[in-house]
Design a protein around this ligand. Structure first.
Ligand code: ADP
Ligand code: GLC
Length: 486
């Protein structure tokens, strides 16, 4: 089976969040099952071209965006450990040379994002013709690739090369829909009738590519079973798309993300000071000490429960709850370390928290992969109070590193964390999105933390969990096979 992945992020080249992790790992799990996978993504200016030496393919495309021809050249990368997997990167100075993936340094979306992602999608279709390689499936990820099913069933419908292709649209984050004003209609190169009131591209007098993708895709999936249920039953979590999702003839399929344990494993992780394992946890205390030493936390925090947070700093992640409950949380005699980047208002609020609790709170802004590994290995508790969470990868990483998750019971968090009951379970869940519920759950965790042997059993339960990609890859294969039968 041939599958083309189209995505805005691919780890290790480009990653803002879990989307990058997924596209960096799922294709390789599919290749191991005999699928031929190619990926197409932009070659952003932020990619370190000294670290990754891409092959020049000598292929150049001319793509029309809003009637204006745009030249792109195609770079290629084959992962050394899996040379069968081909990653194509689109080089184009005008649209991709910027340092951010979606936003500038201040967190504002680039105004030409519609053009940038239409270019990605048109290049994906062009790649098929150029290589004369017809995928059975195009697997489109998020709003940035949601228009491919629309192009295939409208402007490309009569072109023989595209006729047999089926599409899967995976929604990683339904709140991001790429909604744009009608002034940008000319950018999409789609027939006018699609933009008329109530038609697929129209959304309250604006343009909504995700909505159109949901309507046209052969299968729509999201990244956990609970979230699939939530977006089709809860108007808030569905972010306005509930009706559109429900009106599809076929159900929305929930497939949990996996973890790439070749990169995220305390046994072999080169980013942490001392490696450790389920059988030998001794190194973990040292990792906590090294983490503390490397930050502005005071030495005595080694004896206190240390709470870790690694997150995009946006409303989705429950940042407001943490800020609202911070005084009561700090009264629980804890240390807190945060790594995150996102909205300026949250950066400022956390800076203020760090000033109020010197030596006990360390806040670190920016995207810092090595530090993320160190926090997972050094924190005792991993806090993820997300308002909603389609899947969440970080809590699964935390489990593997023995940082016990305290999470809000929603989406993928509800599907991966089981409440500790004294014998079974791998973490703590709070139901009901409120500061009181969060603090009660954290208080419960801290009570158990004092009982070292109980805590060790709980940690080990988490470390023994297996969320490898193999199972999820089988579930995607089943989706591909099912739509190929239709
Ligand atoms: P989301 O995709 O909503 O951000 P996930 O939990 O699915 O949430 O994935 C987040 C990924 O990004 C994880 O791999 C996490 O470790 C990583 N991450 C998030 N923020 C940072 C940061 N500031 N520095 C380094 N890694 C980060
Ligand atoms: C999104 C979601 C997150 C999910 C990730 C990868 O960014 O917020 O829950 O894990 O995509 O699917």
């Amino acid at each position: 089976m041939n599958v083309l992945f189209v995505a805005a992020e691919v780890s290790p080249f480009s990653k803002v969040g879990g989307l990058g992790d997924v596209i960096g790992a799922l294709p390789s799990a599919l290749v191991k099952k005999g699928v031929t996978v190619k990926i197409i993504t932009p070659a952003y200016g932020a990619i370190d071209r000294t670290k990754f030496i891409f092959q020049e393919t000598a292929r150049t495309f001319e793509i029309e965006i809003g009637g204006i021809p745009t030249k792109c050249s195609l770079l290629k990368w084959n992962p050394p450990e899996q040379p069968d997997l081909e990653i194509y990167l689109i080089d184009n100075d005008e649209f991709y040379s910027c340092k951010g993936i979606y936003t500038d340094k201040r967190g504002n979306s680039y105004i030409n994002n519609p053009e940038r992602f239409v270019l990605l999608q048109k290049c994906a279709l062009k790649l098929i013709a150029e290589l004369n390689w017809i995928p059975d499936i195009i697997h489109c990820h998020d709003n940035h690739a949601a228009l491919i099913p629309v192009y295939l069933k409208t402007v490309c419908a009569e072109m023989p090369i595209y006729k047999s292709i089926k599409t899967v649209l995976t929604i990683h984050n339904i709140a991001y829909q790429s909604v744009t004003s009608f002034d940008k209609k000319y950018v999409f190169g789609l027939p006018s009738y699609l933009f008329a009131p109530t038609e697929p591209m129209e959304w309250y007098d604006q343009i909504n590519p995700l909505k159109a993708g949901i309507i046209f895709a052969d299968a729509v999936t999201t990244v956990s079973k609970t979230h699939a249920l939530e977006i089709t039953t809860n108007a808030t979590i569905g972010a306005g798309m509930k009706g559109v999702l429900v009106s599809r003839k076929k159900p929305i399929i929930g497939i949990l993300n996996g973890v790439d344990y070749s990169m995220w494993n305390p046994v072999s992780d080169p980013e942490i000071a001392i490696n450790y394992s389920l059988e030998n946890l001794a190194g973990r205390r040292k990792d906590k000490q090294v983490l503390i030493l490397g930050t502005d936390l005071k030495d005595y925090i080694i004896e206190k429960p240390l709470i870790g947070i690694v997150s995009r700093l946006v409303e989705q992640k429950g940042v407001d709850l943490i800020l609202e409950g911070i005084d009561r949380m700090m009264a629980m005699d804890i240390g807190l370390i945060l790594l995150g980047s996102g909205e300026e208002k949250y950066h400022n609020a956390f800076k203020n928290v760090a000033e109020r609790f010197p030596g006990r709170v360390s806040v670190n802004f920016g995207y810092n992969n090595p530090m993320c590994h160190k926090i997972l290995a050094g924190a005792d508790i991993f806090l993820m109070p997300s308002r909603y969470e389609p899947c969440g990868i970080t809590q699964m990483l935390a489990l593997k590193y023995g940082a016990v998750p305290v999470v809000h019971k929603t989406g993928g968090l509800a599907d991966t964390i089981q409440q500790w009951n004294g014998q079974t379970g791998n973490g703590f869940l709070f139901d009901g999105y409120s500061v009181d519920s969060l603090l009660a759950s954290l208080g419960n965790a801290l009570g158990i933390f004092r009982n070292k042997s109980e805590w060790k059993t709980l940690m080990m339960n988490g470390m023994a969990e297996d969320f490898s990609w193999d199972k999820s890859a089988d579930e995607y294969l089943k989706v591909y096979e099912d739509i190929l039968k239709t």
